[in-house]
Design a protein. Structure first.
Lengths: 114, 113
């Protein structure tokens, strides 16, 4: 069975702190995709990144970076120098060929205080 | 803007009623997914269509049904509504064979009173 675990339910930080959101996944598929989405208070789901299972390179996009490690089945997300606008719920999700749809973790609510 | 369009954005209706949620996928995307997000259940997959055909079914109630039309837009029909059906319903579309990114619409907020 496929599963995504986001153990951190809520995180609160002060602006400019770095914060890492953890994601651990389970799958038997050899080819799969991992995603992060951001859900701000307005409710929409905003795509942040997709990572293929065969590409373990870490990625950096501005203040965002992602660390994908197949050995530990983890796909962690770090926000550097957090800002109030980063306050949102962040979802990690898994897409595998055998399932054909996105399996979401329960999300991590990030609050960034000024 | 993800390119996925959902209407209506907000809907309030009474128990026992029926509603239809509409979704237009991104241009060129053939796959459409429907998800339900409620406070206690998180994001739950309901159903997927690909080029007009049902491809996968998740935790979709028998009172709910969906279809995808030849122009690729999709509709999710919710009938005999109950208070517990109040949720945010998302539609998403998946990139074609060149990629597998799944983009979500802004969602339809359904409140059943």
């Amino acid at each position: 069975a496929q599963k995504v675990t986001q153990a951190q339910t809520e995180i609160s930080v002060v602006e400019k702190e770095d914060v890492t959101l953890d994601c651990v996944y389970e799958t038997r598929d050899t080819t799969y995709y991992l995603f992060w989405y951001k859900q701000p208070p307005s409710g929409e789901l905003v795509f942040l990144i997709r990572r293929n299972s065969f590409d373990e390179q870490n990625e950096i996009s501005g203040r965002y970076s992602w660390n994908f490690q197949k050995s530990t089945s983890s796909f962690n997300f770090t926000i550097t120098a957090s800002q109030v606008v980063d306050s949102a719920v962040y979802f990690c999700a898994l897409y595998g060929g055998s399932q054909g749809n996105l399996i979401f973790g329960k999300g991590t609510k990030l609050s960034v205080k000024p | 803007d993800s390119g996925v369009t959902q209407t209506p954005k907000h809907l309030i209706t009474a128990t026992g009623q029926r509603v239809t949620l509409r979704c237009s996928p991104r241009s060129g995307d053939l796959s459409v997914y429907w998800y339900q997000q409620s406070l206690d259940q998180g994001l739950q997959f309901l159903i997927q269509y690909y080029n007009g055909e049902e491809r996968a079914k998740g935790n979709i109630l028998e009172r709910f049904s969906a279809q995808q039309f030849p122009d690729l837009h999709s509709e999710l029909n919710l009938s005999s509504l109950e208070l517990g059906d109040s949720a945010l319903y998302f539609c998403a579309s998946r990139e074609g064979s060149s990629g597998n990114t799944i983009y979500f619409g802004e969602g339809s907020w359904l409140t059943v009173v």
